[in-house]
Design a binder for this molecule. Structure first.
Ligand SMILES: *Cc1c(COP(=O)(O)O)cnc(C)c1O
Length: 400
């Protein structure tokens, strides 16, 4: 059957209790989001106009001047960096990632470096690390400080990269202050900072020039979607470097709310983010999920997850030898999680659960401390009994 591709490929079923991780396919989409994507899939639309419409919705939800849908948060980092590097210059757009002779440095606090900043480097930027995270290595109390970022800003600086986490230092407001005093923009990676819904606005309110969010994490959109929002001219530059621009100048009608064609001597060539093309299904799916995410709100969302967490506690509580409790994920609006204490052997138990049929994936980040965590975001209520049975079977094996 052309419809049952997963069955045809004979992929083993995964029950994902680790949350919206990309390696397991990220969010489980709501039926309304799926319906919106299905409807979009059958239409032909002007993609630039669709993104201009997306910009209005994203602006309403974030308070930013403009926003576009990208192929994920990392794709948003690439497109946003390309915007800071090239602006509205079509010659620079065509040269990226070659940035020789251009302003091409992005300053980043050393403690903000992570694997996803490859997206910034892929656009042609060179990362310049500053400061020392002594507080994270237990060698001191300080992290990189704003004055260190200020003194690194020079004539090669194209922007500042900022990783938004609950405990990020220095504060975003301080980084914005020194960046703007030095005349450079701040690009914020807030990929995993939703919920709380208030974070949609928080980084823009703090003065960030560009912010990226992942669509496939807390928002509940397609895995290959994300948001890039911020200042209009930067968002417009990013969009230009992402859109397919196969037009003669006379026929080119970019959306006037974002792009004034008269500022361009010709139609830019396909830009570097054209390699991170985003389809109409992803754009519509992300917008549908974003509206649902803002309408539902954190309290109602947590109530929905608490029902799953409660079912997990009930089912796992019946398994002999397990200590089960609910905990709150403080970084995500106190989303309810389930913690299972089983020292020693937590890591081995997690491995046996993964090897089971269906394969059960739990969060084993704290296995060394004897705790496995189950995240309800990608689970259904009826997964609870299957998970409890798998725990019982895996524990039984360990005793033999
Ligand atoms: C998940 C994540 C990304 C990548 O997001 P995608 O939408 O999967 O591209 C980037 N940065 C951080 C900090 C993340 O946690």
């Amino acid at each position: 059957m052309a419809t049952d591709i997963i069955g045809r490929l004979q992929l083993s079923r995964v029950i994902n209790a680790t949350g919206t991780v990309t390696r397991l396919g990220a969010s489980a989409l709501d039926s309304q989001v799926i319906a919106a994507m299905g409807a979009a899939a059958q239409l032909s639309v002007d993609m630039a106009q669709l993104q201009a419409g997306a910009s209005q919705i994203i602006a309403q939800c974030t308070g930013a001047e403009a926003g576009v849908v990208t192929a994920g948060a990392m794709a948003g980092l690439l497109a946003g960096t390309a915007a800071c590097l090239a602006g509205f210059d079509p010659i620079k757009m065509a040269r990226l990632p070659d940035t020789e002779g251009m302003r091409n440095e992005f300053i980043v606090a050393r403690s903000h470096r992570n694997s996803y900043d490859h997206g910034v480097r892929a656009a042609g930027a060179r990362l310049v690390e500053v400061g020392l995270p002594d507080r994270l290595t237990a060698c001191g109390v300080r992290d990189t400080e704003a004055w260190e970022i200020a003194s690194a800003i020079g004539e090669r600086t194209a922007g500042i990269l900022y990783l938004a986490r609950a405990d990020s230092r220095p504060a975003l407001e301080e980084v914005v202050r020194v960046a703007h005093a030095g005349g450079v923009p701040v690009l914020v990676d807030a990929a995993a900072e939703l919920p709380p819904a208030s974070n949609l606005r928080r980084f823009i309110e703090a003065g960030a020039d560009l912010v990226v969010f992942s669509g496939g994490k807390g928002v509940g959109g397609p895995s290959a979607s994300g948001i890039l929002c911020g200042r209009r001219h930067l968002v417009a530059s990013a969009l230009l470097q992402q859109l397919d621009l196969d037009y003669l100048y006379a026929d080119w009608e970019p959306p006037a709310v974002l792009i004034d064609k008269r500022e361009f001597p010709g139609v830019p060539r396909h830009g570097i983010a054209r390699s991170c093309k985003v389809g109409k299904e992803q754009i519509v799916g992300l917008l549908s999920a974003l509206l649902r995410f803002t309408q539902e709100g954190d309290i109602e969302r947590n109530r929905r997850f608490a029902a799953v967490a409660g079912a997990l506690c009930d089912a796992l509580g019946e398994v002999p030898g397990l200590k089960v409790r609910t905990i709150a994920d403080a970084a995500h609006a106190d989303m309810p999680l389930v913690a299972v204490d089983i020292a020693p052997g937590a890591a081995a138990l997690a491995a046996r659960l993964r090897a089971a049929t269906p394969s059960i994936h739990v969060d084993a980040t704290n296995a060394d401390a004897g705790t496995l965590v189950l995240v309800p975001t990608c689970l259904r209520i009826d997964d609870a009994e299957i998970i409890a049975a798998a725990f019982a079977a895996a524990l039984g094996k360990s005793e033999r």
